[in-house]
Design a protein around this ligand. Structure first.
Ligand code: SAM
Length: 466
């Protein structure tokens, strides 16, 4: 396949969520993968600029046979790239006919934005509030250490500690070797955006977890006290589970389910590294977990963070800007699963409080799922108004949707996220008064099933199959 056709096919595949740029380039069969990858990435980087130029030049209206992705690649080569390195074939004369108009539109765009160089048209990505400017959040793992010790450690290594931030503005201006405590979450340190701590020994030892602030909210808002029994319905790779365990102080029980054996294996490693000892992992479809199983009779808290389109994920926004919208079919399938999982979770007889979260920006996976589940259980559950000062709320698609939280790089300096806290309206009859008042005094549930279950314990090998 010719270079430009291959690049157009990869761009189309990325847009319809068939895979990542890298994956599609490798599976394209095109010989010079490096050349193809570079062309696709560059075209994607300038995607918004190219769309604007192509539209205002009326290229697709004039050339009916030219498909949009191919047009984008060709116009990139013509205006911003190194000329037609792939020869251009039959497209070259066609594009040449429009060259003057395309160049004029690019020039007009630069004048309009007050910039002189092509690269300056990209500047918006590096402005505060864009995905690349989201700070590095570090959740201190209180099962292994405490905030003061981690702060001291970084101070001894030349970082300057600024104390607790008073607002998001303090996070916006964070630079160099400065760090501070998040204004909202008690054990969350904040470093400048580009700080890479993946190789840091404290991270490797599980003393802190690299976790976006928005992703720390579900466990915090579930607010399960130590001693509680909690279900983490779609748990792998386990960042929220380890946060739950820390908030429970390893007292009580977390039943963590996931379908994916590989993700569960890395989760077992992560939990062991984090010193989690109150969690039982099961490779199981949450939809088939029986709410009437006596093991779950004390489960009052459920965290449901199901598979989603990931359209709010920072890595996705940075690597593939503009590719955030999943196809309609995928969205329908995901929303269907999310709705079933949420309705299933609401059937656990002792459930009092549930947090539903996704890293998606799509209403179909968020407000619509929550609204659907509440409608299926009229009067039984309600949305809890949480974090009144949180600036980004649920879309007003139904009364009360503003109780939900949304998050984004622009509004909350985090990845894109959605959270709904749902509470049972009345204490269910299956929970006795004594149980409701003093859950930690209640007896443990029936012994756990051996098959495909692992108890995560610090230092223990908990990998399935080992
Ligand atoms: N909560 C996790 C965390 O914070 O690390 C992330 C969960 S991820 C968004 C969704 C997970 O749901 C995936 O690991 C996927 O394998 C799992 N999953 C999908 N369908 C499932 C099902 N029917 N039952 C249990 N887990 C499921």
């Amino acid at each position: 396949m010719a270079l430009y056709a291959a690049a157009a096919a990869v761009l189309a595949g990325v847009e319809s969520r068939q895979g990542s740029i890298k994956g599609l380039v490798y599976s394209s069969g095109f010989q010079n993968v490096k050349q193809l990858y570079a062309l696709v990435c560059e075209t994607q980087r300038y995607s918004a600029v190219l769309d604007a130029v192509i539209a205002s030049a009326g290229l697709l209206r004039a050339e009916k046979k030219l498909r949009p992705h191919l047009a984008k690649v060709l116009v990139y080569e013509l205006l911003l790239g190194k000329g037609f390195r792939g020869g251009g074939g039959r497209w070259k004369p066609m594009l040449s006919r429009h060259q003057a108009r395309l160049k004029a539109e690019l020039a007009r765009l630069k004048v309009h934005r007050g910039v002189s160089r092509n690269e300056d048209l990209l500047e918006v990505e590096s402005r505060p509030g864009s995905a690349s400017q989201v700070p590095r959040f570090v959740r201190v793992n209180t099962l292994k250490t405490c905030c003061d010790d981690v702060v001291d450690y970084f101070k001894r290594r030349g970082f300057s500690y600024q104390g607790r931030a008073s607002s998001l503005d303090d996070l916006r201006v964070l630079k160099g070797k400065h760090f501070l405590l998040d204004p909202l979450l008690p054990e969350l340190l904040v470093f400048p955006a580009q700080t890479d701590l993946h190789e840091h020994p404290l991270y490797q030892a599980g003393h802190f977890i690299l976790q976006d602030k928005a992703s720390c909210l579900p466990a915090m808002l579930l607010a399960a006290p130590p001693g509680s029994h909690v279900i983490d319905a779609c748990a792998a790779p386990g960042n929220k589970t380890s946060h739950l365990a820390a908030l429970l102080k390893n007292q009580g029980k977390i039943f963590a389910f996931d379908l994916d054996a590989k993700r569960l294996a890395s989760m077992a490693t992560l939990l062991a590294r984090a010193g989690v000892s109150c969690c039982e992992l099961a490779e199981e479809d949450f939809l088939t977990v029986s709410p009437s199983d006596p093991r779950y009779c004390q489960v009052r808290y459920i965290l449901l963070d199901p598979s989603c389109s990931g359209s709010g994920m920072l890595t996705r926004q940075l690597e593939e800007p503009g590719a955030g919208t999943p196809s309609k079919e995928r969205l329908r399938a995901l929303a269907g699963f999310q709705q079933r999982a949420l309705c299933h979770a609401l059937t656990f007889p002792s459930l009092q409080r549930l947090v539903y979260s996704t890293c998606s920006l799509c209403q179909e996976e968020n407000e619509d799922v929550v609204q659907g589940a509440l409608q299926q259980n009229p009067g039984a559950f309600r949305l809890v108004p949480v974090l009144p000062s949180w600036p980004h709320r649920g879309l007003s698609t139904f009364p009360g949707a503003e109780h939900c939280l949304r998050a984004s790089p622009e509004t909350t300096l985090t990845g894109g996220f959605f959270i709904a806290v749902i509470e049972r309206v009345e204490v269910p009859s299956s929970v006795s008064q004594a149980e409701a008042l003093a859950p930690e005094l209640m007896p443990s549930p029936a012994p756990k099933r051996k098959k495909r279950r692992r108890k995560a314990a610090a230092g223990a090998s908990t990998l399935p199959g080992t």
